[in-house]
Ligand binder design. Structure first.
Ligand code: FAD
Length: 315
């Protein structure tokens, strides 16, 4: 028996979410009194996963897997799960993961829960908490099949070190080709992508025009943050669509989300409310964002942001 985690890589390096999914998988393995196995495809630093509790890394290395192909990867996960007799398979709830996880569940005849935010509250029956309706509601989901597939919501568990003496084993599954490909292009104007960012600095229509984004980018650069925007801002062409966050844009689950000149419409909040700490800067004290935010500054962005930048530069 084992718990199997699928690692996600970008240019051979593990994404931060992989460390969270591995930390989570280790804890689930402990609950089930079994081992944690991580399946890594075209990864170059497998040993880093030992730090987060991976007792075994199954390393698949194949040029044919350079482009993400959900059906092909789902088939590899199936082979790995069968080889390792995995009863729980854990995948990150990002775009590729949510595409892949149901296919894995079908392959393994397994029950599936997406957007999971907790460790199993009980392993027999197997019950996990998941978020629903854009995080407006939560439900406890019992998975009664022998094999269970879980997609873990980003930033819901955290990254925990749990050093083990792991081993890496080369794994050569059958790689069936499929035309179900998806190319994931992470665009960013800064150095950090929205999906990987710990901090996101986001601007709305309150910034008046694209010419005023210099201060948003400067603030983001100082904080090592990704830049994002509300839907109207990308619709107006002030910023690229890849920066649009919200219900119909990218979801954000950052540790810190700074909203500048964004009113806090329900469709915007739906996409960002998984962020841990939300800060709003808005001239209108009645803006709905203040009800959702942890901290708020009622003020003009054109005064507040330059002051903030100045103060941060002093550190
Ligand atoms: P506004 O609502 O115009 O707000 C601008 C804010 O800036 C105001 O609160 C104002 O007080 C403040 N402000 C003005 N001047 C300053 C200043 N100098 N300093 C500081 N603050 C200032 N929106 C999204 O963002 N993401 C989505 O995914 C999304 N999906 C949608 C899906 C549907 C089906 C629909 C119908 C709408 C969707 N929307 C989405 C749009 C959403 O309803 C809002 O219209 C949008 O979020 C508002 O963007 P905003 O806050 O930038 O602009």
């Amino acid at each position: 028996m084992s718990v199997l985690v699928l690692a996600e890589t970008s240019e051979g390096k593990f994404k931060k979410s992989t460390f969270e999914v591995t930390s989570y998988g280790k804890k689930v393995a402990e609950q089930l009194d079994t081992n944690l196995v991580v399946l890594a495809i075209n990864a170059t630093e497998n040993e880093t996963l030992y730090k987060y509790g991976a007792e075994k890394v199954l390393n698949v290395s194949d040029e044919a897997l350079a482009t993400f192909n959900a059906k092909t990867v789902a088939n590899i996960v199936k082979q790995a799960a069968e080889k390792e007799k995995s009863t729980v398979v854990i995948i990150d709830s990002n775009a590729n993961g949510l595409y892949l996880a149901p296919l894995v569940a079908v392959n393994l005849n397994a029950g599936f829960a997406s957007n999971v935010i907790s460790l199993p509250s009980s392993t027999s029956p197997f019950v996990v908490k998941r978020k629903a309706f854009s995080s407006k509601a939560f439900n406890n989901c019992e998975i009664s099949t022998e094999v269970k597939v879980i997609a873990l919501a980003k930033n819901s568990y955290g990254v925990f070190e749990n050093e083990v003496s792991g081993t890496t084993e080369s794994f050569s599954p059958e790689i069936a080709s499929s035309n179900l490909t998806s190319e994931s292009i992470e665009q960013t104007t800064g150095t950090v992508t929205i999906a990987d960012a710990d901090i996101v600095v986001s601007g709305g229509r309150g910034l008046k025009g694209p010419e005023n984004w210099g201060m948003v980018e400067e603030l983001a650069a100082i904080l090592g943050a990704a830049t994002a925007c509300s839907k109207p801002v990308s619709d107006l062409g002030w910023r690229p669509h890849s920066e649009h966050v919200g219900q119909t844009g990218k979801p954000v689950a950052a540790n810190l989300y700074i909203a500048i000149g964004i009113s806090g419409a329900i469709q915007h909040l739906a996409g960002i409310n998984s962020s841990k700490v939300k800060v709003v800067i808005n001239t209108d004290a009645e803006a709905p964002f203040f009800k959702a935010a942890d901290y708020g500054i009622v003020g003009d962005a054109f005064e507040v942001i330059p002051t903030l930048i100045e103060k941060l530069k002093e550190f």
